[in-house]
Design a protein around this ligand. Structure first.
Ligand code: ZN
Ligand code: ZN
Length: 277
C-alpha cells in the first residue's frame, strides 16, 4: 500500500492526497477513503524505495529483491569476536582493539557505505521507511544469531537518538531494528535503560578522534533503571558500526550502570583502515 510503511506524515495518516472525510456518514466516508486509496495504488506503481525499480510480484516489503540480493555481505572468515573479515580466523584482528573491553562480540551484515547498502539505510533513516527494518533484521538474524544463541532471553538495547532528532524523524531506527530482532529471536527491548544526556553533532564528517570526543559521556543509565541491566548480557543495536565510538560510549555507560557483558549488533559496518587497499 502506498505510504503504508512510512512514518505517518503530520496532519494525517495517509498523506495530503486523500480527501477529508465529509461530516456525518462515517461508513460513506470510509468507502470514499478506501476508493481513494485504491485509486492512488493504481496510479502510483509500487517502486523499490532504494533503487526506484518497480517491485516484482514476489517482492515483499518496501525494497526489491535485486537490491537485497546485491548486498555487499561481509566476506568470511570473520574474527570470532567482532565478526570483522580477516585473512585467517586466528589472525589478530585490527578492529577488536577499537572495541570497548566489555564488548564480548559484534556482528554486522554488510559493508557501508556502498552503492547497494547505503540507499537501503538512507530509506530507513532519512526517508521514513521504518518498515524496511524488518527485512534488515531478517538478514541480521541470519548472520549474527551466534551473538544471542546461548542467552535465554536476550535484552536488546537500541542506541538512543537525541530527543530533537527523535522528534524530527518520528522514530528511532535502532529501536525499529531492535524490536524486529526481538520479535524474531525472542527476548525484550529495553529502550529506556540508556539515555542521551548531552547533545552531539552528526558523526559523518568527523575523524575517529573527533567521533570519540563527540560521544564521550553522551549516554547514561538512569539510576532507577540500573536494576534492569545489572548482571544481564546486553545486545546493543544500531544501524551501522563505523569506528565503534558511539557503541563504545554506550557500552561504557551500561557498564557504569551495572552491566558487564555487552554485544554489538548492526546492519552495516564501515571498512577499517586495514581493509582498504
Ligand atoms: Zn531495489
Ligand atoms: Zn575482531
Amino acid at each position: 500500500m502506498v505510504g503504508d510503511a512510512r512514518v505517518a506524515p503530520p496532519g494525517g495518516e495517509r498523506g495530503p492526497w486523500l480527501p477529508r472525510a465529509p461530516r456525518g456518514g462515517a461508513v460513506a466516508a470510509a468507502a470514499v477513503r478506501a476508493m481513494a486509496v485504491a485509486a492512488v495504488e493504481l496510479l502510483v506503481p509500487r517502486a523499490c524505495v532504494a533503487c526506484g525499480a518497480a517491485m516484482g510480484a514476489l517482492d515483499r516489503g518496501v525494497a526489491c529483491g535485486t537490491c537485497w540480493s546485491r548486498l555487499p555481505l561481509l566476506p568470511k572468515p570473520w574474527c570470532a569476536r567482532c565478526g570483522h573479515p580477516v585473512a585467517r580466523e586466528e589472525q589478530a584482528c585490527p578492529v577488536c582493539a577499537q572495541l570497548d573491553p566489555s564488548c564480548s562480540g559484534a556482528r554486522s551484515v554488510c559493508w557501508v557505505p556502498h552503492r547497494q547498502s547505503s540507499p537501503l539505510l538512507a530509506a530507513l533513516k532519512y526517508q521514513g521507511w521504518w518498515r524496511i527494518a524488518d527485512a534488515m533484521a531478517d538478514r541480521m538474524a541470519r548472520t549474527g544469531r551466534s551473538l544471542v544463541e546461548e542467552l535465554d532471553a536476550p535484552c536488546f538495547v537500541p542506541v538512543p537518538l537525541a530527543p530533537a532528532r527523535l522528534r524530527e524523524r518520528g522514530f528511532n531506527q535502532s529501536e525499529r531494528l531492535a524490536s524486529a530482532l526481538a520479535s524474531r529471536l525472542g527476548g525484550k527491548v529495553l529502550d529506556d535503560v540508556l539515555v542521551r544526556v548531552r547533545a552531539t553533532v552528526s558523526q559523518t564528517q568527523l575523524t575517529p578522534a573527533e567521533r570519540r570526543a563527540n560521544v564521550q559521556h553522551a549516554f547514561d543509565v538512569p539510576a532507577r533503571r540500573s536494576a534492569a541491566i545489572r548482571g544481564t548480557p546486553i545486545v546493543l543495536v544500531d544501524d551501522v558500526l563505523t569506528t565503534g565510538a558511539t557503541l563504545n560510549a554506550c557500552a561504557t555507560a551500561l557498564v557504569r550502570g551495572g552491566a558487564s557483558d555487552i554485544r554489538y549488533w548492526t546492519f552495516g559496518r564501515a571498512r577499517s583502515d586495514a581493509d582498504r587497499p
